[in-house]
Each structure stands twice: as structure tokens, then as C-alpha cells.
Design a protein. Structure first.
Length: 303
């Protein structure tokens, strides 16, 4: 009997990097996500096929059901990552692969993998649902990270996320700004490695408690902002704070110094989506700069 699981993608609007150490972050589950389908077979193997948003196969592999050794694969690195997750899930629930003599698994993305909306986090949450294990623990044991992306995978409205003594504190909130039609997500045409970005952040020397307090304060104010102008001030404050810690210029200063609105990095600085404020003229501006992928806030957020 086929089992189907689905998880939402994610975007962190505030709290990047500092959320790892306990700052309050504002995040939204996206209207894009990933599904996982499991069909029992009698093949004696675990056959895995991953499809992109255009229903094209981007990864395939076959694993021995007994020890999860790779029998064949289209990509060795992806196969090793998947094996790590499967072994960890199986360690947390040794009954995972005993339900059948074989399995055929398909994953289907509804967004391009280059977008950075959570190809890994949606997979981990789906895998955790199938294995009946804790998704946060699966993430932390296999990769690390704050876990906000898992929270987005599981929730269907904007959330605040905070690690309190290592435990996720997730709250669904009513974040529906009156100026949402002036918010736009622009893709920077390149993918950024979260793992490398986190490692670089960990190497910096700074007053952690001050940073956490200030970021948390900005997040709280962003949630309550009544005007676009107020929200833009907070975006700029957030950028300036993290720029000082990371030693990296804010993305607007770096790429869009002549832009009439405000631009804020999201997630790992230097790639994936940024959040921009503006109007209908914004589309022409970013297109002229070579950035073709733009998603309005109302289309990106899960309704």
C-alpha cells in the first residue's frame, strides 16, 4: 500500500545565523515543497528516484535492504548523503525497513533545487514521517543546523522559532502585513552552502549575547511593524548587525547600491533568495541587473 508524505519549504525572514545560538527568528513555510511516496515491493532492494519541479529525474539509486549499501547510483555524493539519513532513521527506528521485502521510493519537488527553499529539510521531514522518528533529531544527528526549516516543513502559517536550551520553541503567529504587496523575493542566481556559511559564522569573534538580544528585538518589531517604512528600517538594522559580525558587506551595498527600496539577505549570505521592498518598477530594475527569478510575497507564502 502506497504511503505519501509532504513537507513545506522554508524561508527565514529574520534571525539568520543568530538563530543557531538562541535568537528569535521569523520564518515562513512556502507554497512550494516536496513529497515522498513509498511503495512496498518484493525486490529485496530499496529503489530511490528523485524528480525535480519539471518531473525530470535528477537522482536515482538502489540500496541493499539489509545494510543500505549503495548498489548503483547516478550521483555518488547525493547517494552518500541519502545513505547517512537512511542509516540514522533506521538507527532511531530499526523497524523502518522491516515492513516489506523491498521498497520503491519517489520524491517530487515543486520548486527548482537551486532556489534554496529546503530540498534537504523537506526530505528529512518526509523521511522522519515515514520512519516515525523525530525530524529535529534526524536533522541534528545527520547534519546539524537550527531546525527552523523542519518547523516550517511541519507548520502551515508564519512562525517564530527559538532554541531554548537546545529545544525548539515554535509558535504560529498572525503575520500578514498590510504592506505585503510591496514585498518581493529575488533569487541571486546562485546556491549558497549553509554548512560552509555556518562554519564561517562560528569562526567569528563577537559579543554573542548582545547580538542575540538585538536580533530578537528586531524580529519582535518586524512582526508588529505597521508600515513599510518601519519594516525597511528594521531590515536595514538587521543587515548592519550581521554585516558587522560576518565581515561581509550587506547585499544591497554589494549588488544593488542604486536600488530605491531596501534589500535584505535571507539564510546563508551570498546566495539563494533576498527580500526586497518596492513596487512594479522593481521587476524592471532586477531584470535589468540580470535577476529573472522574482516571486511576490503573496505567491511565496503558504496560504
Amino acid at each position: 500500500m502506497k504511503k505519501t508524505f509532504y513537507s513545506n519549504g522554508k524561508l527565514l525572514l529574520s534571525g539568520e545565523y543568530a538563530i543557531l545560538d538562541g535568537a528569535l527568528g521569523l520564518a515562513i513555510p512556502t507554497s512550494y515543497g516536496q513529497s515522498l511516496e513509498v511503495v512496498p515491493t518484493s525486490t529485496g532492494i530499496l529503489e530511490w528516484t528523485s524528480f525535480d519541479e519539471q518531473d525530470r529525474v535528477w537522482f536515482s539509486a538502489k540500496f541493499d535492504l539489509e545494510n543500505l549499501a549503495t548498489l548503483s547510483t547516478s550521483d555518488e555524493a547525493t547517494s552518500q548523503t541519502l545513505t547517512t539519513l537512511l542509516l540514522e532513521a533506521n538507527a532511531q527506528n530499526p523497524l523502518l525497513l522491516t515492513d516489506s521485502d523491498g521498497f520503491s521510493v519517489e520524491t517530487h519537488l515543486t520548486f527548482p533545487r537551486t532556489w534554496g527553499l529546503g530540498t534537504s529539510s523537506t526530505l528529512i521531514n518526509n523521511l522522519a514521517q515515514w520512519a516515525r522518528v523525530d525530524a529535529y533529531q534526524l536533522l541534528w544527528d545527520a547534519f546539524g543546523g537550527s531546525g527552523y526549516d523542519i518547523a516550517c516543513a511541519q507548520h502551515h502559517s508564519p512562525i517564530t522559532y527559538q532554541l531554548k536550551n537546545g529545544t525548539p520553541d515554535v509558535k504560529e503567529i498572525d503575520f500578514d502585513p498590510v504592506f505585503k504587496d510591496s514585498l518581493l523575493f529575488v533569487h541571486l542566481n546562485q546556491k549558497q552552502s549553509s554548512k560552509k556559511a555556518i562554519a564561517a559564522y562560528r569562526e567569528q569573534a563577537f559579543d554573542k549575547e548582545t547580538l542575540l538580544r538585538k536580533i530578537t528585538n528586531i524580529t519582535q518589531k518586524m512582526i508588529l511593524a505597521l508600515t513599510l517604512a518601519d519594516f525597511e528600517v528594521l531590515m536595514e538594522e538587521h543587515e548592519a548587525l550581521l554585516s558587522g559580525v560576518l565581515g561581509i558587506p550587506p547585499v544591497k551595498e554589494l549588488l544593488f547600491p542604486d536600488y530605491f527600496g531596501m534589500v535584505k539577505s535571507l539564510g546563508a549570505w551570498g546566495g539563494d533568495f533576498v527580500l526586497a521592498t518596492g513596487d512594479e518598477m522593481s521587476l524592471d530594475y532586477f531584470k535589468a541587473k540580470g535577476y529573472e527569478t522574482m516571486v511576490p510575497y503573496s505567491k511565496m507564502i503558504l496560504q
